[in-house]
Design a protein around this ligand. Structure first.
Ligand code: ARG
Length: 478
């Protein structure tokens, strides 16, 4: 069609370079299912309102059936000359069914068409990613449920702070991914809104039934009411849904990246807290002893890529006047890559953490291996229960600030003697404050410290059991 240019209006053909520059078919063909779904719904509605004959509609649906099969079977000939997914499919439709194919575009523009396609495509991808976020949470909850009594040094500033349960630490990530899933649901709601009917920018003179199209495409709210873009200019130019999605995706990746960083630190020889299965590590071509945590490292690295896509999309939108501009064709590659990166990363993390789930028995195998003794040793080395000694003195009547100072002296002496606070003799401890009695050793133990933090959200095993039960019920896992 464009050998001679777009239409009779054009006096010269496009150069090959410009064709290549302006074409998007080689990446936007990925939208074909959404494009065909949108065309089917549009044709169905054109017939319902009396614009298209029953015969023409039937021809269009039949032609689109065949095109679906051709694309599925990889027998569809995508043509650069036809610029994008929309024009490729429309041209093929007309080749297959003649004039009926030429009537499909009545009351429609590629501007509302592409906005609809991207929204439909993204809506379904969000559902897939949402499910994967639940899988990652389920994996974390599963490992947590088996490690409630395992004690890890909790850090602030990466300095040993207070003992925490390893389960508690993992459940912190469950909270993050839970919020991420909620954010995605929220983005989905706004994404699942219909632009079709906006036509090029101003609406259309045909009596289109937009509500019917929205319902056909499942663009409805929880009550089944159609969700329709209310302003035609906004409908064709809005891409905030894509930006929002990429922002939500960036946060998912930031959480994955923080977890990756911890996995990497925990599995280094100097910590030795965990191991991940060999299939998620790689060796070195020179150092025979190495097993490197490539998967978490790459995930940390790919976070930059997704955050980059957010910057790309948000910058793409800045400065665009209403309504549609071709700039928006550039929304696709960052969006596609964000979805691919997120999907792969979440799939790998669910398995790397929780192992493979046997659907029959519900048993998991091959997830992370926990070295409880190494974690506990590390907690003992860092005077993690110093706060507990201060709290103990407060219970004996000392003001907290004085107790803090007293314990600082005790820690200093313990460091000098090369022992833990719990290894000091009762007489030595009593030098610091005469109110100290034999029950101090319970407070100074890691387990005593853990058990003491029994307020909502605290690390006491009793609290963690409640949290795990709540997550299991929410995620419908045992
Ligand atoms: N390929 C275009 C895009 O992705 C489709 C819309 C083109 N519309 C137009 N008036 N040039 O945005």
């Amino acid at each position: 069609a464009k050998e001679q240019g777009w239409s009779a209006l054009f006096t010269e053909p496009m150069s090959d370079l410009v064709k290549r520059y302006t074409a998007s078919v080689f990446f936007d063909k990925r939208l074909w299912r959404a494009d065909i779904a949108g065309s089917r719904a549009h044709a169905n509605m054109l017939h319902a309102v009396g614009i298209l004959s029953a015969q023409d509609e039937a021809s269009i649906q039949r032609g689109l059936d065949q095109i679906s099969q051709e694309i599925e079977a990889d027998q569809f000939e995508w043509q650069l000359d036809l610029e994008d997914v929309h024009l490729n499919i429309e041209a093929r439709l007309t080749a297959l069914v003649g004039d009926a194919g030429k009537r499909l575009h009545t009351g429609r523009s590629r501007n509302d068409q592409v906005a609809t396609d991207v929204r439909l495509w993204l809506r379904d991808e969000i559902d897939g990613i949402h499910a994967l976020l639940l899988d990652v949470q389920a994996a974390l909850v599963d490992v947590a449920s088996r490690n409630i009594e395992v004690i890890l040094p909790g850090f602030t500033h990466l300095q040993v702070a207070q003992p925490v349960s390893f389960a508690h630490h993992l459940l912190a990530y469950v909270e993050m991914f839970k919020r991420d899933a909620e954010r995605l649901q929220d983005v989905r709601r706004r994404t699942n809104t219909l632009p079709l009917g906006a036509a090029a920018l101003a609406g259309t003179s045909y009596p289109l039934d937009r509500a019917l199209v929205a319902k056909t495409l499942g663009m409805v709210d929880a009550q089944g009411h159609p969700q329709i873009c209310q302003n035609s200019l906004d409908a064709v130019s809005d891409r905030d849904f894509a930006i929002e999605f990429t922002a939500a995706a960036s946060l998912v990746m930031v959480h994955i990246s923080r977890l990756s960083e911890e996995l990497i630190v925990w599995m280094s020889q100097n910590f030795g807290f965990i191991r991940i299965a060999d299939r998620f590590t790689t060796g070195s071509s020179i150092m025979p002893q190495k097993k490197n945590p490539d998967v978490p490292e790459l995930a940390r690295g790919k976070t930059g890529r997704v955050v980059g896509h957010l910057m790309g999309l948000i910058t793409l939108m800045k400065g665009q006047p209403l309504a549609y501009n071709k700039d928006n064709q550039e929304d696709k590659e960052p969006l596609f890559d964000t979805v691919d990166t997120l999907r792969d990363t979440l799939r790998i993390f669910a398995e790397m953490i929780g192992g493979q789930l046997d659907a029959q028995t519900g048993v998991r195998s091959g997830g992370i291996t926990v070295n409880a003794a190494a974690m506990e040793q590390a907690a003992l080395r860092g005077y993690a229960t110093a706060t507990d000694l201060a709290d103990y003195l407060v219970k004996k009547g000392l003001p907290f600030r004085d107790a803090h100072e007293t314990v600082a002296h005790a820690v200093r002496i313990a460091i000098e003697q090369g022992v833990d606070l719990s290894e000091l003799k009762l007489q030595d401890l009593q030098q610091f404050n005469s109110a100290i009695e034999a029950d101090v050793f319970e407070a100074l133990s890691l387990r005593g410290s853990l058990n003491a933090r029994n307020t909502l959200g605290g690390t006491a095993p009793a609290q963690i059991r409640l949290q795990i039960a709540a997550h299991q019920a929410r995620l419908a896992i045992r």
